[in-house]
Design a protein. Structure first.
Length: 115
């Protein structure tokens, strides 16, 4: 199983980006999909999670600005990021967890918020 993340880039403060992450290969029932990020010199943190029942959870710093969604048929998770701020600059990683609690990671996509 491979996860391919895309959609990162350079954006000005206040701008928007949409990240995508698609899984290829056979993956047992996906129970949760998530986005993490790691800023320079900081630990990786969970940004947003969505379960198979569409329950979502966000880190406080992105609530009201980011939206996680999924397309199970396409084995894809999205992260719509609005009103981006310089402190959102990080490498963003997608993560899938299946019902056997195996987890899979994407390669990361860089988001830079700067004027």
């Amino acid at each position: 199983v491979q996860l391919q993340a895309s959609g990162g880039g350079l954006v000005q403060p206040g701008g928007s980006l949409r990240l995508s992450c698609a899984a290829s290969g056979s993956i047992f029932r996906i129970s949760a999909m998530a986005w993490y990020r790691q800023a320079p010199g900081k630990q990786r943190e969970s940004v947003a999670t969505i379960t198979s029942g569409d329950s979502t959870n966000y880190v406080d710093s992105v609530k009201g600005r980011f939206t996680i969604s999924r397309d199970s048929a396409k084995k894809t998770v999205y992260l719509q990021m609005n009103d981006l701020m310089p402190e959102d600059t990080a490498v963003y990683y997608c993560n899938f967890v299946d019902s056997r609690r195996s987890d899979y990671w994407g390669q990361g996509t860089l988001v830079t918020v700067s004027s």
